[in-house]
Design a protein around this ligand. Structure first.
Ligand SMILES: NC(=O)c1ccc[n+]([C@@H]2O[C@H](COP(=O)([O-])OP(=O)(O)OC[C@H]3O[C@@H](n4cnc5c(N)ncnc54)[C@H](O)[C@@H]3O)[C@@H](O)[C@H]2O)c1
Length: 308
């Protein structure tokens, strides 16, 4: 980063950003970065995955053009800013790298081991982890002061929030530069301490788990619980419907992170949630969760998991 740009720009003159992992989140992150004017290097483990990520970006931006929410020229320019690779060498000129590979601490640490030697010394690394300790990940890099959590929400292009999580070692300069990037994306940065599930998931997932307990205990049925929370708490989506949308396996894994990370029994996953995941009823992505999505409109899918 050149010193003059660093003094002027809120994002400390960051212009080239690497994105590791071209899946659901990495594809969305690469898209919003490119639309905001950053040069993006999108990387994944196979040519097929990286191409799928790029195709997803092209399809989403194409839909915006069709709906006249984006100019065709702007769309072409944004796509032109993205280059793809299966190697780490293209990160050699990046000012920032955002890691958004699968949620596995071993995989993430191996990635940092490979990427750190390639990066410029002053480059910042961020992780999009939802649940792994940012401080632990920072300690597996050669730059714990230039490392932090940058937790985007799904779907990235639509959701306005990015949670910023400082590791214990993160410098003020790093946080300021990453905040500048979030602002340039037109999103809002909210800081969270590095505790299990950060702010949004810490509050949202226990609510979904509690809705599943209410179903399990027979307090209401699928439809009444969702309708009650929509009408009574003004939620746009009922909690069971939302659990299906997020993926019941993801909901279970976040509840387990909270339960194990805090050793507090209030976060114990509902046995019914565990059974649905064991049955392969993962929500929308598997076609069936608390609702069956193979019919239009979806119908309730409920099996009792208690002796009557
Ligand atoms: N899905 C969500 O709602 C959500 C929301 C916020 C944060 N996150 C976090 O974002 C990250 C990615 O989640 P996702 O939903 O995009 O997962 P995903 O499974 O859609 O994508 C993960 C991608 O990582 C790639 N990958 C695996 N190993 C890799 C490696 N060594 N190098 C490069 N790429 C590798 C995979 O090939 C895959 O394309 C996770 O840490 C997750 O916790 C997810």
């Amino acid at each position: 980063m050149d010193q003059q740009a660093e003094n002027l720009a809120p994002d400390a003159g960051i212009s080239k950003i690497g994105v590791i992992g071209a899946g659901e989140m990495g594809g969305g992150i690469a898209q919003v970065l490119a639309v905001a004017g950053y040069k993006v290097r999108l990387q994944d483990i196979s040519a097929e995955r990286v191409q799928n990520g790029l195709m997803g970006i092209k399809a989403r931006l194409g839909r915006l053009v069709n709906k006249q929410k984006m100019l065709a020229a702007g769309c072409a320019e944004a796509i032109g800013r993205i280059s793809t690779s299966t190697a780490t060498e293209p990160f050699a000129d990046c000012d920032l790298v955002i890691e958004s590979a699968i949620e596995d601490p071993r995989v993430k640490c191996e990635i940092f081991e490979k990427v750190c030697p390639v990066l410029p010394e002053e480059a910042i690394i961020c992780t999009n982890t939802s649940s792994i300790s940012v401080t632990m990940l920072a300690s597996h890099t050669d730059r714990p002061d230039r490392f932090m959590g940058m937790h985007f929400m799904n779907p990235v292009p639509l959701m306005k929030l990015v949670e910023l999580i400082r590791a214990l070692t993160t410098s003020n300069e790093t946080e300021a530069a990453v905040k500048g990037v979030v602002a340039k994306l037109g999103k809002t940065a909210i800081p969270s301490l590095d505790y299990p599930a950060f702010i949004v998931n810490r509050i949202l997932l226990p609510m979904i788990n509690e809705a599943i307990f209410a179903l399990y205990e027979g307090i209401g049925n699928v439809e009444s619980i969702d309708a009650a929370m929509k009408l009574g708490a003004n939620l746009p989506m009922g909690p069971l419907e939302l659990g299906d949308f997020i993926g019941l396996d993801i909901c279970l894994s976040i509840m387990r992170v909270l339960y194990e990370g805090t050793a507090d029994s209030k976060y114990r996953p509902c046995p019914l949630l565990v059974k649905y995941v064991e049955a392969g009823w993962l929500g929308r992505k598997s076609g069936c969760g608390f609702y069956n999505y193979n019919t239009h409109p979806p119908v309730v899918n409920y099996r009792m998991f208690r002796a009557e």
